[in-house]
Ligand binder design. Sequence first.
Ligand SMILES: C[S@@+](CC[C@H](N)C(=O)[O-])C[C@H]1O[C@@H](n2cnc3c(N)ncnc32)[C@H](O)[C@@H]1O
Length: 381
Amino acid sequence: MDAILDQLRTVAAEADDAGRHKVLDAIRKLQLQLETPHDTLSRFSGLQLEITAARIGADLGIFKALEENKQPLSVTTLASKTNAAPLVISRLLRYLASVGMIQEVSQDNFAANAITKTLAQPGYEGGVRHFFDNVGPVLQAFPGFLAETKYQDVSSATNSAFQKAFSTDLPAFVWLPTQPERFAPLQQVMTVQGTTGVPWFSVFPFEKELGDFDGATAFVDVGGGFGHQSLSLLAAFPGLRNKIVLEDLPQTFEQIPFKLDGIEPKPHNFFQPQPVKGARFYYLRNILHDWPDDKCIGILQQLVTAFGPASQIIIDEMVLPDSRVSWEAATIDLTLMASFGSRERTTAQWHALLDAAGLKILRIDTYQARRQDSIIQAIPK
Ligand SMILES: C[S@@+](CC[C@H](N)C(=O)[O-])C[C@H]1O[C@@H](n2cnc3c(N)ncnc32)[C@H](O)[C@@H]1O
């Protein structure tokens, strides 16, 4: 058994990102094939608890404490660090170790493993809080919402499980910015969402498409969150210094935890006319999947009003295949239905949406195979 596992580990370590995912998917498939009915139910019973315990671990600073200490920490030390009762903390640590979030090195002594180190980072801690605090209540409300709407396709930004979960009439991206303790983790997790593998601009021919463009703004990161994509683009192409504009809601800029050197921050609502005129690229990453088609058309049309002769839109999103969608992409798609009344789109759905907005697709470059993360280049018809 150990030899088989070692072999798999070697294959995964030597593979590229797509190859590593193939190994992960094969292990997952095998795990499901080996399950008895009891195992299936046990796995279900742990699904909610895993994120719940991660949230408690984050609240108590357990992952950071273990990550910072090179030596293992005892239950007694962690209890005094966190002011939690030793019995409560020891049961929590026992659970976290049993599901692999921390490592039990000896009785009552725990250390960080690779997952602990991940969970100690702000982007991933933000993910734990976002999935527990924001997505959790929406998924709880999802079955009731679908039953009430008789399982019909509602596709509405103001009528989804989100509104039922949080007793609001507002779209998620209007209500969440009014709740800083929910909005900050959402923005944090965006900085690490889908960051494995090759960057989009190494597959889409960015430099070639930029050509000899000499306008004031080369790249507008529309709804760019904390600016992580702008920053990595600038790191790859230093000549773009002071030629990148980062746009998002004012509440996002109030929360940005780092300096945006060489990038101009511009608070802007993308349902209003685009203020940066004649840029080469208007870049939308994971924006249109948050909105149903009618709202997407509005966003795209506001961009086109600012177009100069060399302008184009580049959309960075999943382009789903017509069948055999990966579990990861399907998970995000269903979460979007519950949260925003929106969706991930197939090639045909992208063509139909852009056509309805008066645009045509020039090319689609896929840079992440499993999720089918792709760059869609579009210009007016
Ligand atoms: C799913 S996140 C994507 C963030 C970033 N583009 C990325 O890919 O990581 C959606 C972003 O859209 C922003 N947003 C939502 N509604 C907006 C609006 N009306 N105007 C501008 N930005 C908005 C949110 O604040 C958030 O940063």
